[in-house]
Design a binder for this molecule. Structure first.
Ligand code: NDP
Length: 244
């Protein structure tokens, strides 16, 4: 029999849209109490209203360690425990290296890589205490780099490396660690790209195939969380069937 999820507590970062939102809803439907964090708190309030279970929305900017640590404290204060972290917040600002706006590189590294590391660091004592689960949202770009997404890829390769090291550190304490590596998912991620060529390329890719939906990734997260305690799903690589 699988892990009983009813009544457990999860924190999902980047839950105001896309994969994070879908995952928070799926976890709520599965009976977890869910804390959701992002910068756009109006969207979190809307999510609170549409989720079937208890949801706590928290303003989180993952680029600030204090913001993340404060949110984790609030989760534990409210629910008394933290069983699962879904570290999902991310930005993808594609473009060529030449003439790149370096501030966009900082945003990607600060959000995708350091932000994810901050969330893990702040949550880890509670996750260890609960013999809980850490789910890290990486990408196929964490395995294969491609033209125009060098920095994004670098952050996701970094997430993979950090996640494997984390796994080795905590697995014997009963903590499970899962890396999720999605291919193309239809979300607002690509709409934030400012480089016009890159944004057009992303939208052409989206038009050319049946993309994954955010709910497909939520299912993958739930699959990992539901496994019995002796089963640690270390990674899930999941692409649209149409994506080569
Ligand atoms: P979205 O743009 O829909 O969601 C990104 C989420 O991250 C939003 O909730 C956003 O909230 C949040 N976020 C961004 N910056 C910060 C920040 N500084 N602090 C807190 N939250 C932040 O895209 P996706 O759902 O697609 O992306 C979710 C994750 O999935 C990302 O890590 C992405 O790299 C990864 N991924 C996506 C794929 C895809 O094809 N869509 C493929 C593979 C991986 P807010 O702006 O309100 O703070």
């Amino acid at each position: 029999t699988g892990t009983q999820l009813q009544g457990k507590v999860a924190l999902v970062t980047g839950a105001s849209s896309g994969i994070g939102r879908a995952t928070a809803l799926a976890l709520s439907e599965a009976g977890l109490r869910v804390a959701v964090g992002a910068r756009r708190t109006d969207r979190l309030s809307a999510l609170e209203d549409s989720a079937p279970g208890e949801v706590l929305s928290l303003p989180i900017d993952v680029t600030s360690y204090d913001s993340v640590a404060q949110a984790v404290s609030q989760v534990v204060e409210r629910f008394g425990r933290l069983d699962a972290l879904v570290s999902n917040a991310g930005v993808m600002l594609n473009g060529l290296i030449l003439d790149a706006d370096i501030r966009q590189w900082h945003r990607m590294v600060d959000t995708n890589l350091l932000g994810s590391m901050y969330a893990v660091h702040a949550a880890l004592p509670h996750i260890i205490q609960a013999k809980g689960h850490i789910v890290q949202v990486s990408s196929t770009s964490g395995r294969i780099a491609s033209l125009g997404s060098g920095v994004y890829s670098a952050t996701k390769f970094g997430v993979s490396a950090f996640t494997e090291s984390l796994r080795q550190e905590v697995t014997t304490q009963g903590v499970r660690v899962t890396l999720i590596e999605p291919g193309f998912v239809a979300t607002e991620l690509t709409t934030h790209i400012t480089d016009e060529n890159s944004r057009r390329m992303a939208s052409e890719i989206a038009q050319s195939m049946r993309t994954l939906q955010a709910a497909d990734i939520a299912e993958a997260v739930l699959y990992a969380l539901r496994q019995p305690e002796h089963v640690s799903v270390n990674s899930i690589l999941i692409r649209p069937t149409d994506q080569v």
